[in-house]
Design a protein around this ligand. Structure first.
Ligand SMILES: [Zn+2]
Length: 557
């Protein structure tokens, strides 16, 4: 068979244990047709074959980011980036510059905000933000997407200033003056504030409620949203990514992405889950089954249920077995009560759906495993590949249960306190000293024989794969409380390719470089194995190929 594209002279790492190393890859019609030596592959050359000389660069399966929020990540590309700042005064020039040419921006939204911005701030957050921007709605969305800080105007317009009825797990924090302080914890509380934004909050709906726009989006809004998604997808492709597992979802996103696929405009594969909220009746799982039946495309598919069982450590909402050192009566919040959650797991599993649950604290992880265990007891064992997302603290007993239940660990190297992105918390604030050894325990998870998948949770951290690889292979040394969790390069690359594909039941479709599989590849602009571990983040992406089509080209080949 003749190839339409050949990459030769590469350091090809196939991630296929049966034939791990090669020099060249040939592909045609979106499929790999040969992997081997330059000579092996040249036999499929014809006149029309495009040939790319990799000149010793690394050629890998396209990266798979197995935990992202594409719609929000895309939207954030156009909002005001404030990540990394820990001083509100430093925001002033950024806000002034941002609003100067945006007189009609309905909500000035700073994104990627660090919790440190409000440390040591005496006044209520809304007052502190009023000092920066009083006459227009202004809010900051935390990098982790679990908290919003809003000024008074935003609270007024969102109907939150005098408090509001909230679902379990969400809080509009009220001040002694009887007014909201501006601190909005979790989606139920900040959804109404973000709905004021330029996107009408449509980018957040799959996350906040899992419902579709109501009233339905106009055709102009749909086109604007598709353009936004394409912008995000181009950004993702520039980081070598060919597949995403989205972690929020609704029919609306599936419709937009399927339309792009049908129009031949989608250069990416993406799974969109059904998002079940704690206030939903379990009958809504029929919608998840409907998504699974209806969306089975080569590039766009469903089949998974996403839930949140707790919050995050930074806002002290992650559910822990022990209280927080600096907040001795607070164990965090169980978003779902155990009975409701267990019943949801049993029902979703019985429908043949995969489940992935956000669980940060160790008690949250225990609760998730309780649900998965009950599903096995009730429905019998099957190859379910249910996932736990984040597991930032885990007990030894639960490591064993995860292994026994065949549950997958989905972790984010750059979220760790030693990941080099977020500032490490002060000692004895979030973690007791003896909890550090059980926190972000990638090495222990892998040693326990649990399948380990890596991702970013973009836009929580940038969707930059190489920076995450650096966090995994060369984490910061934070002292003896924090055992070394560093990963080998090979394991890390596997966790970004083959494991992620397997986790989505796609191991026979993509994730390794083998004849017959999808032609999804990334060419790095150098040899990853020769790269200094501390300098991994600096290794650029030269080219990304999805379905045999070039989805990103740095122009360096
Ligand atoms: Zn997430």
């Amino acid at each position: 068979m003749n190839a339409d594209l050949i990459i030769f002279n590469g350091c090809v790492r196939t991630m296929d244990p049966n034939a791990p190393v090669a020099e060249a890859v040939a592909m045609t019609d979106g499929k790999i047709i040969a992997v081997g030596t330059n000579d092996d592959v040249r036999s499929s050359t014809a006149n029309a074959t495009r040939q790319i000389d990799a000149n010793g660069r690394s050629v890998l399966p396209g990266f798979i980011d197995s935990h992202v929020h594409l719609f929000q990540g895309s939207a954030e590309l156009d909002f005001l980036p404030v990540g990394g700042l820990t001083d509100l005064d430093a925001l002033r020039p950024l806000v002034d510059a941002y609003v100067a040419d945006r007189p009609d921006e309905p909500l000035i939204l700073g994104v990627g905000a660090f919790y440190g911005l409000f440390e040591g701030v005496e006044s209520a957050p809304r007052i502190a933000l009023d000092n920066l921007m009083k006459d227009r709605p202004f809010a900051l969305l935390a990098a982790d997407l679990h908290t919003v800080w809003a000024n008074t105007k935003t609270l007024e317009m969102a109907g939150l200033l005098h408090g509001a009825y909230m679902p379990e797990g969400s809080t509009v924090v009220m001040g002694d003056d009887g007014l909201a302080t501006g601190l909005l914890l979790e989606t139920g509380a900040f959804g109404p504030a973000l709905a004021l934004s330029r996107t009408g909050g449509r980018d957040m709906l799959g996350y906040v409620t899992g419902a579709d726009p109501d009233p339905a989006a106009t055709s102009a809004e749909r086109e604007a949203d598709k353009a936004l998604l394409l912008k995000g997808i181009a950004h993702v492709a520039s980081h070598g990514i060919t597949t995403l597992h989205n972690m929020d979802g609704n029919f609306y996103q599936l419709e937009l992405l399927s339309e792009l696929e049908a129009e031949g405009r989608l250069n990416l594969r993406i799974q969109i889950p059904f998002h079940l909220k704690n206030f939903d009746s379990l009958d809504r799982l029929e919608e998840a089954a409907e998504m699974h039946r209806r969306y089975t495309g080569d590039k766009v598919w469903s089949g998974r249920v996403k839930m949140f069982i707790d919050g995050v450590l930074e806002s002290r909402t992650a559910l822990k077995s022990r209280a927080y050192p600096d907040d001795p009566h607070n164990h965090g919040e169980a978003v779902f009560d155990a009975e409701h959650f267990n019943a949801a797991c049993v029902r979703a599993d019985a429908l043949g759906l995969q489940i992935s649950v956000h669980a940060v604290g160790d008690l949250a992880v225990t609760r998730v495993l309780d649900g998965y265990e009950l599903a096995v007891k009730t429905n019998g064992t099957r190859d379910a590949r249910h996932r736990v997302e984040h597991l930032e603290i885990i007990t030894d007993a639960d490591l064993e249960r995860m292994k026994a239940l065949n549950v997958v660990a989905s972790m984010q190297p750059r979220h760790a306190v030693f990941g080099g992105f977020f500032d490490p918390p002060a000692p004895n604030t979030i973690f007791f000293e003896d909890e550090c050894a059980r926190a972000y325990a990638w090495a222990r998870v892998r040693q326990s024989g649990i399948p380990l998948a890596f991702s970013t949770d973009w836009p929580v951290v940038p969707v930059d794969v190489m920076a995450n690889i650096q966090s995994a292979v060369a984490p910061m040394a934070l002292g003896s409380d924090w055992p070394d969790q560093s990963q080998t390069l090979q394991d890390t690359l596997t966790s970004y390719t083959a494991t992620n594909a397997w986790m989505a039941f796609k191991e026979d479709h993509h994730g390794t470089l083998r004849p017959g599989l999808a032609a999804d590849l990334v060419i790095l602009d150098g040899d990853v194995e020769a790269q200094d571990l501390q300098g991994m983040a600096k290794l650029p992406i030269a080219m990304t190929i999805c379905d045999g089509e070039i989805s990103y080209d740095a122009g360096t080949l």
